[in-house]
Write a protein that binds this ligand. Structure first.
Ligand SMILES: [Zn+2]
Ligand SMILES: [Zn+2]
Length: 180
């Protein structure tokens, strides 16, 4: 679906063509390891220039995907966008800086580049929103939908470490409900 014919462009020095393509890609793993759900067609805005010795392709890729928030684990949709550049040589033997440049066939399939740019543009730490409050660490309630009844004292952090160690031995006090 992301394959274009460059047969004519290969014989048209200094010409540029623009291609607007959309389609699907194979599922790929998201930040948490599970396959990313792709919620929209993947869009590719591709420009290919005949630069004499090579074709120079620049692609802008975007898609809306479903991610799970790293704080509240809720599913949400996020639009991600990436970019790639690639050269395809038109004549033999043109290596550049030790890197081999693929030869320009009459048809070029950009699916691999499209997928790779989406993978690279995944957020490292997905957040449904910047201000997401996450889950209560004691009862697991989603704090975005209101507070919970755990009255966590935000006093001395060293005390809460002790409380974790002694798991609710204090009893009765504000630290109740630490059982998981
Ligand atoms: Zn969230
Ligand atoms: Zn709670």
């Amino acid at each position: 679906m992301f394959t274009i014919s460059v047969a004519r462009l290969k014989n048209a020095p200094a010409q540029q063509r623009r291609y607007l393509l959309s389609g699907g890609v194979e599922p790929f793993p998201g930040p948490g390891g599970e396959p990313v759900r792709i919620l929209s067609p993947v869009e590719l805005d591709l420009s290919v220039t005949n630069a004499g010795d090579f074709l120079w392709a620049v692609g802008e890729v975007s898609a809306t995907i479903g991610l799970s928030c790293s704080r509240c684990i809720g599913e949400y949709a996020e639009k991600i966008a990436g970019r790639f550049e690639e050269k395809y040589r038109l004549h033999g033997g043109a290596d550049e800086e030790g890197k081999e440049i693929p030869y320009a066939a009459d048809e070029i399939d950009f699916t691999g580049h499209v997928t790779e740019s989406l993978v690279l543009s995944l957020p490292m730490k997905p957040l449904c929103r910047e201000s997401c409050l996450g889950l209560c660490q004691y009862c697991g309630k989603d704090l975005n939908s209101g507070g919970c009844s755990c009255q966590v004292d935000k006093g001395d952090p060293r005390l809460s470490v002790l409380k974790d160690l002694f798991g609710g031995i204090e009893g009765g006090g504000g630290g109740g409900g630490t059982e998981k």
